[in-house]
Design a binder for this molecule. Sequence first.
Ligand code: SF4
Length: 344
Amino acid sequence: MDTAKLLDWYRKNRRDLPWRGTKDVYRVLVSEMMLQQTTGETGLGYYGRFLSRFPDVQALAAVSEEDVLEMWKGLGYYSRARNLHRLARQVAAAGAFPDTLEGWRKLPGVGPYIAGAVTSIALGLPHAAVDGNVLRVFARVDGIEDDIMLPQTKKRVEARVQALMPADAAGDFTQALMELGALVCRPVSPDCGACPVADGCAAYQRGLVDRLPVKKPREKQQVISLWVAVAQTPDAVLLEHRREETLLARMWGLPNVEKLPARPAEELFAEKYGIHLPAGEPAGHAVHVFTHRRWEMDVVRYTLDEKIPVGGTLEWVSWEQFDKKPVPTAFLKALWAAGKEDSA
Ligand code: SF4
């Protein structure tokens, strides 16, 4: 790969995104933890709101985890938000961000990609950062026909990026590869005619562009069928503060139970939560897809004149408070299905 051509292309073509061109460690870190697997436009709004609420690492360390999850809601990958918050607290206690790759790798949620991206972009250190975009680019440039999800393929690409890394332009090189993957060497219909590295691209030269990268199909998704309760009084809704070990841990959700044949929803809610709901009315269906799971949610509405007694993980929350709670999209979809249009 001709790195000089790639850098030249990047400097002329990079998008004017708020996280491109900054060397501020906190901003680079937030962009990398927040924006992986998020499209540019969705990310822009989240990134801007997050930084205006938590402008530096001390501000982030000072708030509760729930405040952070609330700003993150809708983005998914909530463990990243929790790790970013834990990281902020460690850094604020230490008084400064680490200045080496090894120091970064010790922080919560920081794997080889985040450590490489932050140290190369913000600190100018020559460390490779290989994400899905970079894997795709190198699978094509080097004509790699092995599955790109295999650890050894990733290691091979990391070594390749490391060997190419220009010591005097580490940050630009990392970002140039990301921009190339996002703008030109796209997953579908790459724009090889506009590609600065087409001359040295094995896939392009050998007509393999449509066949690379090789990626084995994902393991099958587990489908989970749930009853989801929208239990409400005129001014409050019943929510569950989810436990440590569950999916979407420590977020707030609607009470839900896995469906069982011939068992009414109310009976199952009583068993799981110890609550006694009157017969509800079907209020729609919603689907949410996680990385390895698919929730098929049948929503049941319970309209109550007053709050029934609840305990454990359940709590009545006013609609006003509801807007401030970190409620993940899966449950917002159930609410939308039940006609709560204004509850996003
Ligand atoms: S020539 Fe095409 S396939 Fe090769 S790196 Fe460029 S855009 Fe990707």
